[in-house]
Design a protein around this ligand. Structure first.
Ligand SMILES: C[S@@+](CC[C@H](N)C(=O)[O-])C[C@H]1O[C@@H](n2cnc3c(N)ncnc32)[C@H](O)[C@@H]1O
Length: 285
């Protein structure tokens, strides 16, 4: 099972927020018409998707944030409190329930620790918004089929943001970049706790599966553009990718470690820029 560190989620949150597709959010706001809107955030981590979306979609909202990782879930109140202070909105927390109020709207947030690998056990309220960020590339084809069935049975709108699509552009160029990218993408298709992961193919598959389930689907790029000054995120990425590449090609450890050293020195010298391909998906019946 893959564990996601709080540090990693914290580093990626601002990059995710600036990368998300504005077009998708605009269209989402136009098709949402239920008040109060029930929203399920699958694999919420520390709640980044909530903090980005609640302001964008307006209206009274009832959120259920689900993840299996207790330690990540425990961070949601403090992170969301800090976010509310920065935005100058009222926030109250009691027994795993958070209430946020601004001048116009109220958001009620429930936190649930649940293992999502067996999705059949999870309740999807009728006409809700089912959302996730950075999830689809971790899941299997069968899991996605179950998700599509549950979403369509509950007549829900779907928004799956920031799904990795296999594209990485390294600047400046190193001769092994393409080889390492291929290893990373192979690693992406190993089991991440939901069966054989779809990895880079996830969005393509999700579009087909949801269309088959009767959905209109819109996709839009949400690539990470990571600049010289995003040093922490770059270091974490190179470190993670190097480990993944070595897991797939242990016999090439020396060559891969050498690549990692050169990439890290580009980061330290502030020469390094990365683009990482992501796709946002919106769907409605
Ligand atoms: C890439 S992180 C994304 C977290 C969050 N959505 C964000 O954008 O910051 C993937 C999340 O999936 C969660 N996850 C992985 N396997 C899970 C499972 N079987 N059940 C529930 N959550 C799971 C992890 O704990 C982690 O929080």
């Amino acid at each position: 099972m893959t564990k996601f560190s709080s540090n990693w989620l914290q580093e990626r949150e601002p990059i995710d927020n600036r990368s998300r597709s504005g077009k998708i959010i605009q269209n989402l706001s136009q098709i949402l018409n239920h008040q109060p809107l029930k929203i399920i955030d699958l694999a919420t981590g520390t709640g980044a998707n909530l903090r980005y979306l609640c302001d964008q979609i307006k209206g009274h909202q009832i959120w259920t944030l689900i993840d299996h990782d207790e330690a990540l879930l425990k961070e949601i109140p403090s992170k969301t409190q800090q976010w509310a202070i920065n935005k100058n909105v009222f926030i109250e927390e009691k027994n795993n329930e958070i209430k946020i109020k601004n001048n116009e709207h109220e958001y009620q947030i429930n936190i649930e620790q649940q293992d999502l690998s067996d999705l059949k056990r999870i309740y999807f309220p009728k006409k809700s918004l089912i959302t996730s960020s950075a999830l689809l590339d971790l899941v299997s084809f069968d899991w996605l089929k179950t998700l599509a069935m549950k979403c369509s049975n509950s007549e829900s709108i779907i928004l799956f943001s920031l799904n990795y699509d296999g594209y990485i552009d390294f600047k400046p160029y190193e001769p092994e970049d393409e080889y390492v990218r291929a290893l990373i993408n192979k690693h992406q298709t190993t089991n991440k706790g939901f069966g054989k992961a779809m990895g880079p193919n996830a969005c393509h598959q999700a579009i087909q599966i949801f269309k088959k389930a009767g959905y209109n689907v819109q996709s839009s790029r949400s690539d990470w553009k990571i600049y010289q000054n995003d040093k922490n995120l770059q270091k974490l990425l190179i470190d993670t990718w190097l480990k993944a590449a070595i897991e797939i090609a242990p016999n090439e450890m020396e060559k891969l470690q050498d690549w990692g050293k050169r990439r890290l020195s580009h980061i330290v010298l502030e020469h390094s820029k990365l683009t990482v391909g992501h796709i946002d998906l919106l769907g409605w019946l």
